[in-house]
Design a protein around this ligand. Structure first.
Ligand code: SF4
Ligand SMILES: [Zn+2]
Length: 377
């Protein structure tokens, strides 16, 4: 029988469209890169200054583990998430215990740390992602050491059974949920989050019932949104979610490799946010948020770089330093002396965004050398 050709194919067995157009995790080079890592060592372990729930300053250790990765990513995945770059789907329970042991060895059993953040590129207590006996060991050990634990989860994974189990094994720990946007349409069409606002509220209620702390991540400027809209919406979301959270961390978009946002960026259809927008968001939300019992952090990962929040380059480091100072002091005065000529360009972009019907924005999508812009993507 003749084989079908053209739009009907060439007779070879069918593959899922997912593997043809997305699945960067399945590129031969991605697999090679991933498997070149030692699965018995964590991605990274580092210490930073932090603040405990009671407001006292402390040192926190962050442990990023090489896991099987987020179940949602393997099914579909958030548009901006590049965590899959760090995961291996063949990680075993022994590897997880070995990584945890290595993290303790590197920090001398978390010496001097009152807080440990254990990040698994997905949901800590999702059994398909991480072995249950390993989850229990981490919860129990950190509790016995008297260390405050921060773990991450997707809202729909917060079931009554799991949350009460977590609370039993490490009472009072913090569960951080990447809500990203307090808007159903944005969650669905810009972020592809995989859960709804209603599910997030349910998760928050469950955490509260079990006396666990609620940390919420928001993303500043998801794809398919202008700078002007990002500022307007995120300011509103920040005020709203602060009412339900103990801590809110706003993460300005940073472009992670092989993601949908990366593709838009390389096609010059996306520019990471201006640092001025972050400063403006803080100024607008400050009064309302400071009346609530919620800590607000803004973390410009890769700030000042072309793939992170940036201004004109000249004023980037000063503006980022002011944001970082604000995250510690909570004082709006940190921004009083900031200024630069590029502020006018940013203001013009905001004004154009709110005037013209251009949903993805009016700003120039790239900063950099003209020759590079011609060559890109
Ligand atoms: S839920 Fe979290 S880990 Fe999973 S794809 Fe989304 S951002 Fe990435
Ligand atoms: Zn500037």
């Amino acid at each position: 029988m003749a084989k079908a050709e053209g739009i009907l194919g060439v007779g070879s067995s069918a593959v899922k469209i997912h593997h043809l157009i997305k699945a960067p995790e399945n590129y031969p080079e991605s697999i090679q890169f991933r498997e070149s890592w030692d699965a018995s060592r964590p991605v990274t372990v580092y210490k930073t200054p932090e603040t405990l729930p009671d407001g006292t300053e402390c040192v926190a250790a962050t442990v990023i583990l090489r896991t099987k990765g987020c179940a949602w990513w393997w099914k579909s995945g958030c548009t901006f998430c590049g965590y899959f770059n760090d995961v291996r789907d063949d990680v075993s329970a022994d590897d997880m215990f070995a990584q945890w042991k290595e993290a303790k060895m590197q920090t001398n059993d978390f010496e001097g740390c009152k807080m440990v953040k254990v990040y698994t590129s997905g949901t800590f207590f999702e059994d398909r992602e991480n072995p249950v006996e390993w989850q229990q060991a981490v919860l129990n050990e950190t509790h016995e050491m008297g260390i405050h634990l921060v773990i991450e989860a997707q809202a729909q994974m917060c079931t009554p059974e799991k949350i009460s189990w977590v609370a039993k094994n490490h009472p009072g720990c913090t569960v951080a949920i990447g809500l990203e946007a307090y808007d159903e349409q944005v969650l669905r069409f810009h972020v592809n989050k995989g859960f709804t606002i209603k599910q997030w509220h349910k998760a928050v209620d469950l955490l509260r019932e079990n006396q666990l702390r609620v940390k919420t991540y928001l993303i500043f400027k998801p794809p398919f949104m202008s700078e002007g809209d990002a500022l307007k919406h995120t300011t509103k979301w920040l005020v709203e979610v602060s009412k339900y959270s103990d801590e809110v961390s706003v993460n300005p978009m940073n472009i992670q490799k092989n993601t949908l946002v990366d593709r838009l960026f390389r096609n010059r259809e996306y520019r990471p946010p201006w640092i001025w927008s972050l400063v403006e968001m803080i100024k607008r939300a400050h009064l309302e948020v400071s009346n609530l019992n919620c800590r607000v952090l803004v973390h410009p990962t890769a700030g000042g770089k072309i793939r992170g929040a940036h201004n004109c380059k000249q004023c980037d480091s000063e503006a980022i330093a002011a944001i970082e100072r604000y995250s510690v002091s909570g004082e709006i005065d940190e921004f009083s002396t900031l200024d630069c000529s590029c502020k006018l360009v940013w203001q013009a972009e905001l004004s154009n965004d709110s005037t013209f019907p251009v949903p993805i924005g009016t700003g120039t999508s790239r900063r950099g050398f003209a020759t590079d812009m011609v060559r890109a993507p």
